[in-house]
Design a protein around this ligand. Structure first.
Ligand code: SF4
Ligand code: MSK
Length: 670
């Protein structure tokens, strides 16, 4: 049995620590305590177990050993990996499919309560696919775009449409290696087919299709999900929000939305503002309804509506432990089955809403986009009716402000203004060395490591090194809780050149770009940086790295792989699902080496698993500097910058008047 860790070892977040202590006092298990109780299987976690058929499971723990069918260790590892990637791609893409069907329903006036909020984005996106836009109503354009997007899932031949938005050279790389995705469902199905007993048994060939499957997610299903969410609910722009369990309110009906799809949560936001519902809450003795989010549903409504985030993945149970949550409304992905059992200790009602996700013991209120507002109100009434059942509460008085909402459209606008929106200033800042490079620090929490520590440690250290950080998913919420997503609070922690840029543009040093499907926004930023010029002609030349320090989901593996296929160096923390045990079984890390060195030769990007956070930081900086050198950019030198902007003004203000004037205007003439 693994060692029992203290609350401080479980999480760096004091709000989380308080609830972990409460769970302990009440004798309730959480993912933290269960992770202590359950040591991971070292054979399975190294990718050395196959259970694809009834002759197995086969565990390959000796040199030269094969499965009963003769499968070698590298084949088994490659099959395990591609299956995980396919599941991740399927989850993201099914989300995208549902969004596309909602767009279709809205375009045809069949979706109660929804409107097309961002007509400008609709027109821009439709025009990319040559859908006529001039002189047409938004609904007509939306109908055509919805048809095109719905078709991407079942398309059998050709290329998924959003792939034309990648840099030209990148598209050629994909065509040349035969990994351009044809249709989303086709690539996922083929992954499952190829890994059935007796099919594809050449690991490199299997992993080639893993690339194609992941690309069908990043440049397919996920990109569709992000586009449609923006069109229907508005493209994010900076907004003030709050994060952590302290956003729950003692005197209000607390409804926590959790999962991923914004379709229902956006309607719950609208319904919570309905005077009739507010009145209903007041009649129940509450001061109103307090909505908050967990995981990526939190990110969706936080970045568009400023609705607070109660926490990230590992805080879903902790929110219930406050005793103050009347209803936790879940849709799809990252929802722990433990919620129902945990909620039995309190009054919290767990409400499932997706036709795809039911939990035994939860209340199911089926979501239907055709009558979304009615369903949202129904859910809120359930929560309000439950308010009277609330018992003793303990809400940590801990929350932090943040500014999320940095879509690629907004980044381009903030850098160049309305009339000359552009990535030029960002490219220039990298080219001069004010910004050393860019890191995307994204992904989940994992109770095997200290909650939020790896995310925030890596982020803070990179900021000190003048690396601009963009974040999504649960990682973004981790940084938010630490104050890094708030300009003034974060700027004293960043390097001198980056600080100048943040002060000049007026941005926090960490940009919150959305939920986990929104990693496609990062692909778009990288593409626009390439198109802007000065940083090479493909994504693999940009001084940029992707990191998922606390990953746990299969979706993270799909994201990591599509970023590699797009040319990025991607570093995952924690353990590698294909590590093998080289100390016990020679060459059992063939697959691990292939997805690094092999993929780099083919795609310019590589996927590596690095457990040690300081090593992650070292590798990131080394890669950024290598890419800078290859582009012929000046070597990074922190001493060249930092003498302008707000910091300089503060230093000047501290000087006596004469010295200040001399510094500003030169010494007076004698
Ligand atoms: Fe064993 Fe081969 Fe069956 Fe896998 S497919 S369980 S290695 S016999
Ligand atoms: S919710 S996939 S834990 S980021 Fe998107 Fe968070 Fe990872 Fe789920």
């Amino acid at each position: 049995m693994a060692k029992k860790r203290s609350p401080e070892e479980h999480s760096i977040d004091p709000a989380a620590q308080q609830m972990i202590i409460r769970a302990d006092q009440l004798g309730i298990s959480t993912a933290f305590s269960r992770a202590d109780d359950m040591a991971p299987c070292n054979i399975g976690s190294a990718g050395m177990c196959c259970k694809l058929c009834g002759m197995g499971p086969c565990r390959l723990t000796k040199d030269g050993q094969t499965g009963i069918c003769g499968a070698t260790l590298d084949t088994i590892q490659a099959r395990n990996l591609i299956r995980a990637i396919a599941a991740g791609a399927a989850a993201h893409s099914d989300h995208g499919r549902d969004m596309a069907f909602t767009l279709k329903a809205v375009a045809n006036g069949e979706a109660e309560g929804y409107v097309i909020r961002d007509v400008a984005k609709l027109r821009v996106v439709a025009a990319r696919y040559n859908i006529p836009i001039e002189g047409r109503a938004p609904e007509e354009i939306a109908n055509d775009l919805a048809d095109l997007y719905i078709a991407q899932f079942g398309q059998q031949r050709g290329e998924v449409a959003p792939a034309i938005r990648a840099p030209k050279k990148r598209q050629e790389v994909w065509r040349q290696h035969g990994v351009m995705p044809r249709g989303v469902d086709r690539e996922v199905v083929e992954s499952l087919h190829r890994t059935h007993i007796g099919d594809d048994q050449d690991p490199e060939h299997i992993l080639e299709h893993a690339i194609r499957t992941a690309l069908s997610d990043g440049w397919g299903g996920s990109m569709i999900a992000t586009d449609v969410s923006d069109i229907l609910f508005g493209t994010p722009a900076p907004v003030l929000g709050q994060a952590n369990l302290g956003v729950l309110k003692e005197d209000m009906v607390n409804v926590v939305v959790h999962g991923h799809e914004p379709t229902l949560s956006e309607m719950i936001v609208a319904a919570s503002q309905d005077p009739e519902i507010i009145e209903y809450a007041k009649a129940a003795g509450a001061n109103g309804i307090n909505l908050s989010g967990i995981c990526c549903t939190a990110n969706e409504i936080l970045m568009r509506q400023g609705i607070p985030a109660a926490g990230n993945f590992l805080q879903q149970e902790l929110a219930i432990l406050t005793g103050a949550v009347e209803a936790m409304v879940v849709d799809v992905q990252c929802i722990m089955q433990a919620l129902v059992e945990l909620a039995r200790n309190f009054h919290t009602e767990i409400i499932t809403t997706s036709a795809k996700v039911k939990l035994k013991g939860a209340t199911h209120i089926q979501f239907d986009e055709h009558k979304a507002l009615t369903i949202a109100k129904d859910i809120l009434r359930h929560a309000i009716d439950n308010y009277k059942n609330r018992g003793e509460t303990q809400i940590p008085d801990i929350r932090e402000d943040l500014v999320p909402g940095f879509s690629h459209e907004y980044i381009s606008y903030m850098l160049g203004g309305s009339y000359r929106a552009s990535f030029r200033p960002l490219n220039d800042a990298i080219m001069t060395g004010r910004i050393r490079g860019v890191a995307a620090v994204v992904g989940c929490n994992n109770p095997r490591s200290q909650h939020d520590y790896l995310h925030t440690h890596v982020t803070r250290e990179l900021l000190k090194q003048d690396v601009l950080v963009v974040e999504t998913g649960c990682g973004a919420i981790a940084s938010a809780k630490l104050g890094l997503l708030l300009g003034e609070a974060g700027l004293d922690q960043v390097g001198p050149g980056l600080r100048e840029i943040c002060e000049t543009v007026g941005i926090p040093p960490v940009l919150h770009m959305g939920s986990c499907v929104d990693n496609t926004r990062i692909l778009t930023v990288l593409t626009e940086m390439v198109e802007e010029g000065g940083l090479g002609d493909d994504i693999d030349q940009i001084p940029a790295v992707g990191l998922a320090p606390e990953w746990m989901s299969e979706k993270a593996l799909s994201i990591g792989t599509y970023c590699v296929a797009s040319g990025a160096y991607v570093i995952f923390g924690g353990s590698s699902p294909v590590s093998g045990m080289p100390d016990r079984v020679a060459d059992s890390d063939i697959v691990q080496r292939y997805i690094s060195e092999g993929w780099e030769k083919l795609y310019g990007g590589k996927l590596e698993f690095v457990a040690e956070p300081d090593e992650m930081i070292r590798l990131t900086l080394e890669h950024i500097d290598k890419k800078r050198a290859a582009l012929g950019l000046p070597e990074y030198d922190p001493n060249r910058f930092g003498r302008s902007g707000d910091a300089r003004m503060l230093a000047l203000e501290a000087l006596p008047l004469e010295e200040r004037q001399a510094a500003l205007y030169g010494a007076p003439n004698q």
